[in-house]
Design a protein. Sequence first.
Length: 126
Amino acid sequence: MSSAIHLPSLALAAALTLISSTTQAQEPNQQMMTNMHAQLAKFGGAMHVTAKVCDDYTDEKLAEHREQQKTQATRAGMDPAAFDTAFADGVKESEAKWKDVPASERQAKCTEFKQQMESFGQQLGQ
């Protein structure tokens, strides 16, 4: 039986990012925005681990991406400490999921993930 990585949909993440940037001018429900920012930070943590496991980025580049995500989240109204907590939660959950994937299956999972990312990128480009 094959282990599966249950990462959130990339399309959903993009939609949430778009909502985050476009709803700032409106007066959104504060709790909804807080939850959305936390989910995005958590997703960022999960992506961070996946990129590291799949050897796609250097530690320096991953740290740079994390700081960019944190800056964007705090500009959108998220508390920096809440970002750190949610990001760490995403890291912890993703590390646990990757730990369950046998080493012999990791490359295939990474390839599958990269294909999903490429497909998503093409969808955004249309």
